[in-house]
Design a protein around this ligand. Structure first.
Ligand code: PAF
Length: 285
C-alpha cells in the first residue's frame, strides 16, 4: 500500500530547513535527492539508494521556474505534494524541502550560475537558458541542504555532467552519486513528462529506446565511424514519426561529438513525440 511508512517532515520554510541543518549531530551523513515532484520509480530508486547509504535523507520538491523557457510547460507541469509525500513515506525519506518560488528567488534577485560551454551543447541548443536555471537552483539547494551526497539519475545525462563540473568548480564538498536510468518494462525511460503522451504517442515514444539499442548493436557489431550509426538512428526515429531535436554520439566528459566510437561513447537524443519533448541516452559498450 502506498503511504504506509512514516510520513516525511515537510520543511516548507527556509527557517524550518535551517533548523533541521542546525540540529544535525556531528558525523551524521546526509543524502539529498533534488526533484521537481510528480515522483515516479526513477526518483524512488534514488531515494532508496540514498536511504541505504546515509543517516538522513532529504528530498526537495520544487518546480524551478528559471529552468523553463518561455513556451515550455511550467504552468502545466504536474504537481501533487500529498501524492509525492505518500510515495516518499514508503521509501523512508526523512524530510521534504518544499520551498515556494519567492523563497528561492527573492524579489530583485540578480545572481545566476552558469557552467560555460557544457550548457550550450545538446539540450542547451534548443533550451538556451535551461542549464543556467538548473545550475542556479542546485547551487542554492546544495547551499541550503548541505548534503554529503546528491543522488541523480543518468536519464538527465547532460545535467549530471554539468552539475558535477559545477560542484567541483565552486568547491562544494557534496559529491554526486550517479544512478542508472530507470525504464518501463517496454523500454521507455521513466519521466514525469510521459504523463502528457496519448496512448498512441506512448507507443511511438519507444523509438527513442529502440534507436539507442540500434546504436549499441552497431557498436557491438564493429561500427566505429559515428556518421552511419547516427544516420540509422535518425532514420528509425523519423520512420516512427518522431520529430528530432538532436541525435548525437558524444564523449561522456566533454559532451562533444565522438570522432571514433568507443565503449564509453554516449548515445544521446532528444525527440518530440507530438507536443512532448523526450530525452534518453545510453553508453554504447
Ligand atoms: O532533474 C530535475 O528534476 C531538475 O532539473 C532538478 C535537478 C531538480 C533541478 O530543478
Amino acid at each position: 500500500m502506498v503511504g504506509e511508512g512514516v510520513k516525511p517532515v515537510i520543511l516548507d520554510t527556509l527557517e524550518k530547513l535551517r533548523d533541521e541543518v542546525a540540529s544535525r549531530p556531528g558525523g551524521m551523513s546526509v543524502g539529498f535527492v533534488p526533484t521537481m515532484g510528480w515522483l515516479h520509480e526513477g526518483h524512488l530508486s534514488l531515494v532508496r539508494r540514498a536511504r541505504r547509504e546515509n543517516d538522513r535523507v532529504i528530498v526537495s520538491i520544487f518546480v524551478n521556474p528559471t529552468q523553463f523557457g518561455p513556451n515550455e510547460d511550467l504552468s502545466s507541469y504536474p504537481r501533487d505534494l500529498s501524492r509525492d509525500a505518500a510515495l516518499l513515506a514508503d521509501v523512508g525519506a526523512d524530510d521534504v524541502f518544499f520551498p515556494t518560488p519567492d523563497m528561492m528567488y527573492p524579489a530583485g534577485y540578480r545572481t545566476v550560475v552558469k557552467v560555460e560551454d557544457l550548457s550550450d551543447l545538446l539540450c542547451g541548443k534548443s533550451r538556451p537558458t535551461h542549464f543556467q536555471g538548473v545550475a542556479t537552483v542546485v547551487t542554492k539547494l546544495v547551499s541550503l541542504v548541505r548534503p554529503d551526497r546528491m543522488y541523480m539519475g543518468e536519464k538527465d545525462f547532460q545535467q549530471v555532467v554539468i552539475l558535477e563540473r559545477m560542484l567541483a568548480d565552486l568547491n562544494f564538498s557534496t559529491r554526486i552519486v550517479r544512478c542508472p536510468l530507470v525504464r518501463e518494462s517496454d523500454g521507455l525511460a521513466m519521466s514525469s513528462r510521459n504523463l502528457y503522451l496519448s496512448p498512441e504517442e506512448r507507443q511511438r515514444a519507444l523509438c527513442l529506446h529502440e534507436a539507442l539499442q540500434l546504436a549499441a548493436a552497431d557498436f557491438i557489431a564493429g561500427a566505429r565511424d559515428p556518421g552511419p550509426v547516427i544516420d540509422r538512428m535518425r532514420e528509425h526515429i523519423q520512420t516512427r514519426g518522431g520529430d528530432i531535436d538532436y541525435v548525437e554520439l558524444v564523449d561522456p566528459i566533454t559532451l562533444t561529438p565522438a570522432k571514433i566510437l568507443a565503449e564509453d561513447t554516449r548515445a544521446v537524443l532528444a525527440v518530440r513525440i507530438g507536443k512532448t519533448r523526450l530525452i534518453d541516452n545510453r553508453r554504447l559498450g
